[in-house]
Design a protein around this ligand. Structure first.
Ligand code: IVH
Length: 739
């Protein structure tokens, strides 16, 4: 088989598994096997960039953020539906149709009305060429790049017709919505009011890579423009969709008369909460498509369909108390403790109150009778207070000044709705901190997943992420973890991967270590900015002067109102000092002073950093890192392209004369790359004493050249790396043998 043939076969195979997984919810292969297919495809496409086509599964998440969305004209227009809350209206609908079509016979289809955002997909000769929002029905936004990231939407369909316009609904499933809102609240952002807003907001993000992270999904329930295909009934259309791998609504009833429609509507209402997404009603459609043109439409809606809306479900109960939970990122969330009450299929005794502003704005007080509903059909929330029923003496609520878990200080960052516990060692944040620490953008210790992190903290083995370095590898291998299926598994070989990743983490750049600490407001981008002026982590931890200078600079500019004052004296001197650190961007001199001196470190970042560096925690952290012999350095500037090791990829194994980091640095400084495991891409294995068996064997099997230290240095034409001042690498050598 040629590479091109293999590539085609892989794409078809992946497409099939995508469909089984995302559309039909009956996967046939494990994630691992799927990943193997995927990796093979990526490798082949990398080797043959000329064979990459836009409908390859690897091309879902495209390049750069957009500036805005192009406008798209809908032809035919995307109409809405006439809505009713009364069964009587459905009888009238039927009577009206009979009056309009005295000679015709038809039946009805009843479908769930999904509460999302309408979407139009254009397939030309089977290729997805455009996706657009409804907009005002005539003109919408071109959201193709974003919609391509939705895995259940096929990039191509097996239909050669010149044009098939498919319409449907993008939505956010309930569980995805709940998780997204949890993450938003933990990040200090305002949560989304409901899944529809979350779906709409996600579709309108300008960066498709961000959209890809949002749990969006879609079902398709109508046709727009069609050329080269035709369907007699809606049922046939839905069957064709399903055959093409398009997801259709998961429930449908064919009804021979309006009596059956009323029954179907009730049947669906009883199932309302069993769907993975929110439905807000039933849609009743005439099945015979040939009748649509005869019935025509109003400006607003086709006459051949009606929406029957279910009443939103809510309940009233008494607010017994407001407790405060501390989340994984330290965010304090007020929680309503309620007299238990049945609501939308379950009994509710607690409901989120989101944040202090929410409680204040709705004036929610303990003792109140409150109305609750399930936001997104899943998150119980207090919607309002019944003011007439407020008991005398009910007091307004205030968040506690101190963290209810650790008693530490709390604060609210500017621009956030959340109040957080600022104690980085707060027990409530242990799991969250460990999960962040091991995450890909932080220190990338992939073998420790979310559940393992939780288990390690619960077992008391890790209370701070640095404890990972003191775990006994044998004990870690013996650690038992309860899986999704409830079965216990030994951590086993994963322990070796952890050991290797911990060894690698030592060499990761400073900004990733800083990010891994999870300081409030210090995300990856902020960490890069904050770390930039420092030669090492120990330098950053040892000196908060720079951050204080930044704060002083901001404070000084605040006090001045006249730009001319800013150019002289104290402020100018401070600006100069900061400029030396590369912290100030001098912009267009024609601009006002404030605009001309853009400070890369924002005041909030400087405040968080100044406080952190001055804390006992930072001091203890510095001591522990020193004891472990870890002192991360800045990311090296772009690897020199002409270096002696340019284009070479090394794996290191065994004990060398000096710490492994020194060799890693040497390789990178000379334009080479360092890998964790031997693969086809590895050009050399650098082997010291007692080389690790698996790396050695793999290199032998692949015929990868093996260099000892002397041969390596000869290749480099360089003197051996300088010995570091404080060698505390005992553990690393141990890990080296394991890795
Ligand atoms: S058919 C001509 N079927 O409800 C309109 N719409 O409130 C064709 N919706 O704009 C729509 N589920 O976004 C249809 N099964 C379903 C639906 C559905 C949700 C949405 C659609 C429409 C809105 C009207």
């Amino acid at each position: 088989m040629t590479d091109a043939e293999r590539l085609q076969a892989l794409r078809a195979e992946i497409l099939r598994h995508d469909r089984l997984y995302y559309v039909e919810a009956r996967p046939e292969i494990s994630d691992r096997d799927y990943d193997a297919l995927w990796d093979e495809l990526v490798a082949l496409e990398r080797a043959h960039p000329e064979l990459v086509t836009p409908d390859s599964p690897t091309q879902r998440v495209g390049g750069q953020p957009l500036e805005g969305f192009a406008k798209v004209r809908h032809d035919p227009p995307m109409r809405s539906l006439d809505k009713t809350y009364a069964k009587g209206d459905l009888l009238q609908f039927d009577a009206f149709l009979r009056q309009q079509l005295p000679d015709a016979a038809w039946d009805y289809v009843v479908e769930p009305k999904i509460d999302g955002v309408s979407l139009s997909l254009l397939y030309r000769r089977g290729r997805l060429v455009r996706a657009a929002t409804r907009g005002n029905g005539e003109v919408g936004d071109d959201v193709t790049a974003n919609v391509r990231t939705i895995r259940s939407i096929p990039l191509s369909i097996p239909c050669e017709a010149p044009l098939v316009e498919v319409r449907g609904e993008v939505y956010m499933p309930r569980d995805g919505f709940a998780a997204l809102n949890r993450a938003e609240e933990e990040a200090g952002h305002e949560p989304f009011a409901n899944p529809r807003n979350a779906a709409a907001g996600s579709l309108k993000l300008l960066d498709p890579r961000e959209v890809a992270k949002r749990p969006l999904d879609a079902v398709l329930y109508a046709a727009g423009a069609l050329d080269g295909v035709a369907f007699a009934t809606h049922t046939e259309l839905m069957r064709a969709f399903a055959q093409w791998g398009l997801r259709t609504p998961p429930w449908r009833r064919l009804c021979l008369d309006i009596g059956q429609v009323l029954e179907a509507v009730d049947e669906l209402e009883a199932l309302r909460h069993t769907f993975p997404f929110e439905i807000d009603g039933a849609v009743v459609k005439v099945n015979q498509r040939g009748l649509y043109a005869r019935l025509g439409s109003t400006a607003h809606a086709p006459r051949s369909a009606r929406a029957y809306k279910y009443a939103p479900e809510c309940a009233q109960t008494r607010l017994r108390a407001i407790t405060v939970q501390v989340g994984r990122t330290g965010v304090l969330t007020p929680v309503a403790e309620l007299d238990p009450v049945p609501l939308a299929g379950s009994v509710i005794a607690r409901a989120t109150l989101h944040n202090a502003d929410y409680v204040r704005d709705k004036d929610i007080r303990v003792g109140d009778t409150v109305e609750i509903s399930k936001h997104g059909d899943v998150i119980p929330a207090v919607d309002r207070v019944i003011p007439e029923r407020r008991p005398a003496g009910a007091e307004p609520f205030a968040l506690p000044a101190r963290c209810p878990v650790c008693g530490g200080e709390t604060e609210r960052l500017e621009g956030e709705v959340a109040t957080r516990c600022v104690n980085p060692e707060c027990p409530a944040q242990r799991v969250g901190h460990l999960q962040l620490f091991v995450s890909r953008n932080a220190l990338d210790i992939a073998a420790i997943g979310g559940r393992m992190a939780e288990a390690l903290v619960q077992a008391g083995l890790v209370s701070h992420p640095l404890d990972l370095w003191s775990l006994d590898p044998a004990a870690l291998a013996d650690f038992r973890l309860v899986g999704d299926d409830g079965a216990e598994r030994r951590f086993g070989k994963n322990a070796q991967e952890v050991a290797a990743a911990l060894a690698r983490a030592r060499g990761l750049p400073l900004h990733r270590w800083l990010y891994a600490l999870g300081l409030p407001g210090i995300g990856l981008a902020a960490a890069r900015i904050v770390a930039a002026p420092f030669p090492s982590f120990s330098a950053l931890l040892g000196d908060g002067a720079l951050f204080r200078d930044v704060l002083d600079f901001y404070a000084a500019t605040e006090r001045k109102t006249d730009d001319r004052d800013l150019l002289t004296g104290e402020i100018a001197a401070r600006a100069e000092a900061l400029a030396k650190h590369g912290l100030i961007l001098r912009d267009d001199p024609a601009k006002s002073f404030r605009k001309r001196f853009l400070l890369t470190i924002k005041p909030e970042m400087a405040r968080v950093m100044a406080r952190f560096v001055a804390s006992d925690y930072a001091r203890r952290l510095a001591e522990r890192l020193a004891a472990l012999g870890i002192d991360p350095k800045p990311a090296e500037a772009e690897a020199p392209t002409g270096g002696a090791l340019a284009g070479k990829a090394f794996v290191i194994t065994g004990t060398l004369s000096q710490p492994r980091e020194a060799f890693e640095r040497l390789i990178r400084q000379n334009g080479g790359t360092v890998q964790g495991a031997v693969s086809k891409k590895t050009t050399h294995l650098l082997a010291g004493a007692n080389p690790g068996g698996s790396k050695w064997d793999k290199a032998q099997a692949l015929g990868t050249p093996v260099l000892d230290e002397a041969a390596f240095l000869a290749l480099l034409g360089a003197p051996p790396p300088a010995k570091p001042a404080a060698p505390a690498y005992v553990q690393d050598d141990l890990l080296g043998d394991l890795a």
